[in-house]
Design a protein around this ligand. Sequence first.
Ligand code: SAM
Length: 218
Amino acid sequence: MPSESELALRLQQGLDQLQLALSAQQQGQLLTYLSLLQKWNKAYNLTAIRDIDEMLVKHILDSLSVAPFCGAATSLLDIGAGAGLPSVVLAIVYPGMRVSGLDSNIKKTRFMQQVGYELNLTNFHVLHARADTADLSTTFDIVISRAFSSFSDFVTLALPRLVPGGQIYAMKGRYPESELAEASSLCDINSVIPLSVPYLSEERHLITATAPSTQKVN
Ligand SMILES: C[S@@+](CC[C@H](N)C(=O)[O-])C[C@H]1O[C@@H](n2cnc3c(N)ncnc32)[C@H](O)[C@@H]1O
């Protein structure tokens, strides 16, 4: 198992590759989050990944890879956030952004609440609810998901939660050709951005979309 200083160095080098400049405090928060994930995973089964270095790459750095595309937003909702991926990571990167992590699984929302408390993330809010019935009373600049559902199901859930002109972001693995075709009548797909995750040779993509500008006919 890598030592704390080895993990810190690997994080620092990953951040350099992503061209993200985070303070020592933010890097410390990311490492504390990583250790909480590993600690709670034993009892709560938060993620199938057990190895801490793999968690750093496939969870923390993977979530950080979307950060450069979120900087203009003041609010963000993560649907099906699970253990807080990517929402906790984005709340750490952007302390001025109102970030909400929503999940229907009570163990996962308890974990996110504990993370928010231990990291003193005052901009991070946890919602225990189903995405289709959640009473949120507010809308968001970005609605994001990672490993949640088909893109079309996600779009249907995300659209009512967006401010006018807000962005839907879906984090995907391989180029999601069939999912894009299926959702083309529901929204305007603006881009499919290849993401590069440090130390990972697998494909990652970010779909960005907005509410349909015109009434679409099937
Ligand atoms: C595969 S996990 C992904 C979690 C996290 N986004 C990640 O990348 O690790 C999907 C999550 O979606 C949640 N979920 C599934 N259906 C949901 C719904 N209708 N409303 C809210 N959360 C839901 C599950 O509880 C689970 O935590």
